[in-house]
Design a protein around this ligand. Structure first.
Ligand code: FAD
Length: 391
């Protein structure tokens, strides 16, 4: 069977591209349903974009690569699409836009657009033996109905990254990219919780508080969550994308508070108050009790001279912890790294060396922050390829 465009991967990027590429489009996925990560995203409400989306919210070996696609199909363009489909939405925090009702509405919108465009969607199907001649690509397509040889002028790799293998994530796009001579940068799990040896934080698992976390040159002010295995919460997930193996992260447990001044003033007012009681006014009590087991926090405020109060305040505002690792692809929201952007046109996502071969979405070495940025990259890069194919 002959198509103009074959797209492998019916996730966010693949569906966006399929709906807008024009011509005869075949969209293939080995899963039972398209857009499974959309369905589970944002706690079932899909954080589909971010109002503050800008290139600085993306990590890549080439920090300029994402600019063109993000500028040509913006968060406002996707929001416009959502509104035209009467999907109710709200801003949760920090510019993050969510569906009011269900992530399934985003999938239904994309399926509707694909149906209108006459896209041939093949689920529970796999691709093998891809070859390329002057006229285009050909490959074996195994569907539940049988095996057939497909030819297509354009081939779009949209199979995402390696995160959550349980949901069908594979390194397929990387393998095919390599087969056609496109380099792939080193990949690793990102937007992922940190682990610590000996379940260090198990006694305070479930404790959450506002924090600022610094990892490398990056700094994020969001919630921190202690877990059985280590640290999680938005601030930690963000920091994980910038973390290097073996490096410490630095946590401010009291953002914007001048703890030293607060403790000193309280000492003047009520010196007989226990230090831990006073600390519990600023931090969760379970965390204070936990810290008290490691540090000597005994005595009344009056027993603590300025020098010790200052040292304590500095420690709590600059808590250095070295994770032993991360939870890996098993729970990571995204994969850092991927198909090298040097091999692609930033305007069209087409390979510079292999005409007709495109790569979009998470498969490419572009990774967004937590908060709707990764879906925006999927929409923008999917649209960039679709427009190039359509013209
Ligand atoms: P995917 O959506 O991963 O789609 C790839 C598709 O390819 C899948 O359907 C898969 O089945 C298919 N596939 C893989 N290998 C093969 C193969 N060999 N043959 C055939 N098909 C194959 N981002 C946000 O911006 N906001 C959020 O709220 C958000 N929440 C998330 C929550 C979770 C739990 C996770 C894991 C991720 C979340 N993300 C979120 C990240 C976001 O889901 C991804 O960045 C985005 O889905 C990437 O889109 P994609 O189309 O490139 O890849």
């Amino acid at each position: 069977m002959q198509y103009d465009t074959a797209i492998i991967g019916a996730g966010a990027a693949g569906m966006m591209c399929a709906a807008h590429a024009g011509g005869r489009v075949l969209l293939i996925d080995h899963a039972k349903a398209p857009g499974e990560k959309i369905r589970i995203s944002g706690g079932g409400r899909c954080n589909f974009t971010n109002m503050h989306c800008a290139p600085n919210a993306f990590l890549s070996n080439n920090p300029h690569f994402a600019k063109s696609a993000l500028a040509r199909y913006t968060q406002w363009d996707f929001l416009d699409l959502v509104e035209r489909h009467r999907i109710a939405w709200h801003e949760k925090t920090l510019g993050q836009l969510f569906c009011d009702v269900s992530a399934k509405e985003i999938i239904a919108m994309l399926r509707g657009l694909m149906q209108a465009a006459g896209v041939d969607l093949r689920l529970q199907s796999s691709v093998a033996n891809i070859t390329r001649r002057e006229s285009g690509f050909s490959f074996d397509l195994q569907t539940p109905d049988g095996l057939r040889r497909i030819t297509a002028s354009n081939l779009v790799l949209a199979t995402g990254g390696k995160s959550i293998p349980k949901m069908g994530a594979t390194g397929f796009a990387y393998d095919i990219a390599r087969q056609f001579g496109l380099p792939v940068t080193e990949t690793r799990a990102a937007l992922v919780p940190f682990t610590f040896p000996q379940a260090r934080f198990a006694p305070i698992s479930g404790v959450a508080l506002p924090s600022i976390i610094n990892a490398g040159a990056a700094s994020f002010e969001e919630a921190l969550l202690f877990t059985h295995r280590g640290l999680s919460g938005p601030a930690v997930l963000q920091a994980s994308s910038y973390w290097q193996d073996g490096a410490p992260v630095c946590i401010d447990l009291l953002p914007h508070a001048d703890l030293f001044t607060l403790l000193r003033e309280q000492r003047q007012r009520s010196g007989r108050r226990n230090l831990t009681t006073e600390l519990s006014r600023h931090l969760p009590t379970r965390l204070v009790d936990f810290l008290a087991e490691d540090m000597d926090l005994g005595g009344n405020l009056a027993d603590w001279p300025d020098s010790r109060l200052k040292e304590l305040a500095d420690t709590l505002k600059n808590w250095q912890l070295t994770p032993s690792g991360t939870e890996g692809y098993r729970t990571a929201e995204v994969t850092l790294g991927g198909i090298d952007t040097d091999a692609l046109s930033s305007r069209s996502m087409q390979s510079r060396e292999v005409p007709g071969l495109y790569a979009i979405g998470e498969a490419v070495d572009v990774t967004g922050w937590l908060g709707g940025y990764n879906f925006q990259w999927a929409w923008s890069s999917g649209m960039a390829a679709a427009r190039a194919i359509a013209t």
